[in-house]
Design a protein around this ligand. Structure first.
Ligand code: NAP
Ligand code: F7E
Length: 353
């Protein structure tokens, strides 16, 4: 039997990393992931696919590393000998990037350069051919020059996060042009799931709705309800990442649903689904505004549809329902524990953004 294809994922413990790892394992890949050392376990999103390294030939293997530590990336590449590398590691919260501009830029811009350079040297030393995926973002469009946004729309970034992503994107294109690296940038619009970090707005809304429904919270504090986003389902979007690396030629692709709605509309959908009224429960808090906001994003994924045969399967209504249901179930478990006398962890620390 031929060897299983191997992939290396930076950011495997994140939302997208977990869906991508599942997807690649189902396709028969051996998956390697770079994991940061943390004082508490940070592998909650991939625990269900974890394989004991003592078992013979585990197909999921984790390596300690950090995208800002090039030696750890070189080591992971040497062990994994991957055919495909997916660079998903990032401080990915836009509002937080205004508080942590330097470490955000280090993880995104310098981190991407570290991985590109490690891959280039790895190819030279081993003769392996590696395909590289870069997690670019619709945030790069910033103050949008046209609607909908497509691959040719200029970038006008509005945050340290987006500026760093533009640099990482340009570096990836440069390594393709200069060294012939098979490198693709997926310009992904917002994509969500029950595994979304709890301080991103969709998840903040679905968590609040579930907890309010069961009497664990009374209200939710939000910032700009008029911002509009093109929201899709993360499980659909990791399929597009993989498809990009299966083409004959490398390229850059917008991945989006083509439909954009406001934060307010998303909140109304979720609360109505749980039999609640959003307007009765939402409060404004200026802490959640950004020094410079991206008001509206809407993608045109025609190129991905035509060249990759990619289409989203989940509408924003489906997304609101599936995230609302998952967080109602989570709130039920929290309530059971609370009613049994367990002390619940304070949520304030998670609610800064
Ligand atoms: P996420 O849930 O925040 O996951 C980010 C991942 O990066 C986590 O595994 C995190 O590790 C890791 N990471 C952060 N700093 C690191 C460092 N210094 N070294 C190594 N790993 C580090 O983000 P996501 O939503 O899955 O997004 C994946 C990628 O796509 C990110 O690059 C993001 O910027 C980009 N993107 C996301 C979207 C979206 O809508 N989700 C859209 C466009 C682009 P820990 O678990 O240890 O924190
Ligand atoms: O904000 C508004 C906020 O933080 C969406 C990341 O995955 O997608 C994500 O970035 C909108 C913004 O996502 C709150 O002002 C209102 O207009 O969920 P978000 P984001 O900033 O669009 C892109 C594509 C990425 O690449 C990023 O990595 O919602 N908003 N009130 C709020 N946002 C938050 N977080 N919290 C609020 O209370």
């Amino acid at each position: 039997m031929p060897d299983a294809p191997r992939a290396l994922i930076s950011g495997i413990t994140g939302q997208d990393g977990s869906y991508l790892a599942e997807f690649l394992l189902a396709k028969g890949y051996e998956v390697h992931g770079v994991v940061r050392r943390a004082s508490l376990f940070n592998t909650g999103r991939i625990d269900h696919i974890y394989q004991d390294p003592h078992e013979p030939a585990p197909r999921l293997r984790l390596h300690y590393g950090d995208i800002t530590d090039v030696s750890s990336l070189r080591r992971a590449l040497a062990i994994a000998r991957p055919r495909e590398v997916y660079n998903l590691a990032a401080q990915s919260h836009v509002r937080v990037s205004f508080d942590l501009p330097i470490s955000t830029a280090e993880s995104i811009a310098m981190g991407t350069l570290n991985l590109l350079e490690a891959v280039r040297q790895h190819q030279q030393e081993t003769g392996d051919q590696v395909r590289f995926y870069q997690a670019s973002s619709s945030e790069q469009y910033g103050r949008v020059a046209e609607t909908p946004q497509r691959e040719t729309t200029p970038f006008r970034p509005r945050s340290p996060y987006a500026c760093a992503k533009v640099m990482a994107h340009d570096l990836t294109v440069n390594y393709r042009d200069a060294y012939g690296l098979f490198a693709c940038c997926g310009i992904l619009f917002n994509h969500e799931s029950p595994r979304r970090g709890e301080t991103f707005v969709t998840r903040k809304i679905t968590r609040a709705a579930g907890r309010i429904k069961l009497g664990l919270d009374r209200e939710v504090f939000l910032g700009n309800l008029d911002a509009k986003r093109d929201w899709g389902f993360a499980g659909d979007y990791v399929r597009a990442m993989w498809l990009m690396l299966q083409q004959d030629q490398p390229g850059d692709y917008v991945v989006a649903t083509g439909r954009s709605i406001s934060v307010r509309e998303f909140g109304q959908m979720v609360f109505a689904h749980l039999g609640l009224t959003f307007e009765d429960r939402v409060r404004f808090d200026a802490r959640y505004l950004r020094p410079a906001e991206v008001e509206t994003l809407q993608g045109d994924a025609s190129k991905a549809r035509t060249a990759l045969g990619w289409q989203p399967t989940t509408s924003v209504e489906d997304l609101a329902r599936l995230m609302g249901d998952a967080d109602l179930e989570l709130a039920r478990r929290e309530k059971t524990l609370r009613d049994a006398g367990h002390q619940m962890p304070a949520r304030e620390g998670h609610d800064q953004q």
